[in-house]
Design a binder for this molecule. Structure first.
Ligand SMILES: Cc1cc2nc3c(=O)[nH]c(=O)nc-3n(C[C@H](O)[C@H](O)[C@H](O)COP(=O)(O)O)c2cc1C
Length: 159
């Protein structure tokens, strides 16, 4: 069983997808072709793999939800990536970026979209607006606590 901590959805969901940043494959291919793959040692290459995994996963989420399935990203697999790597037989250079549980939502337990930060805090025009990024979060804290109460999860200020 993969690391699941206290997150029951990981053991309850019929499918847990693990999304990987794979720098093993390009290095192995380069080595097989008798070339070096020095570029893979740059942080940029790792970031590229992480971005690719996130883009692919989000497209999968959109497709799955269009079919009536529900999903939940699982960043918690990075709590213990070495155990995950051993369990999945990941070679050197392959990193588990996040998991994604997939299943049919229980109609008896309706979920809701978590409130998003106000647009004023996250959208910048032409230049980063530092005061706006951190300003006026009282109403967001209140909205989040209402959501947490409705979802029967601990009520904690976002700030
Ligand atoms: C990268 C990433 C990792 C996440 N990890 C977890 C997790 O380990 N456990 C969990 O219950 N939710 C996790 N979430 C889900 C968030 O807690 C949150 O519920 C979700 O992003 C909001 O979804 P919504 O659009 O349905 O409101 C994660 C989300 C992202 C984007």
């Amino acid at each position: 069983m993969l690391y699941r901590g206290t997150q029951r959805q990981i053991s309850q969901a019929p499918v847990l997808l693990i999304w990987l940043a794979d720098l093993y494959r390009p290095r192995a291919i380069a080595t097989g072709n008798g070339t070096t793959a020095d570029g893979l040692d740059y942080f940029e290459s790792f970031l590229l793999g992480v971005i690719d995994a996130a883009l692919a996963a989000q497209n999968a989420v959109v497709a799955l939800e269009s079919l009536g399935l529900g999903t939940c990203y699982i960043g918690a697999i990075r709590n213990d990536p070495e155990t995950v790597a051993r369990e999945l037989g990941l070679p050197n250079g392959v990193f588990p970026v996040f998991g994604l549980t997939v299943g049919y939502p229980d109609p008896a337990l309706p979920a809701a979209v978590k409130p998003r930060l106000p647009q004023a805090n996250v959208l910048h025009r032409n230049r980063y607006d530092a005061p706006a990024a951190t300003g006026s979060l009282d109403s967001y804290n209140a909205a989040l606590k209402t959501f947490q109460g409705e979802q029967s999860i601990p009520r904690i200020d976002w700030t």
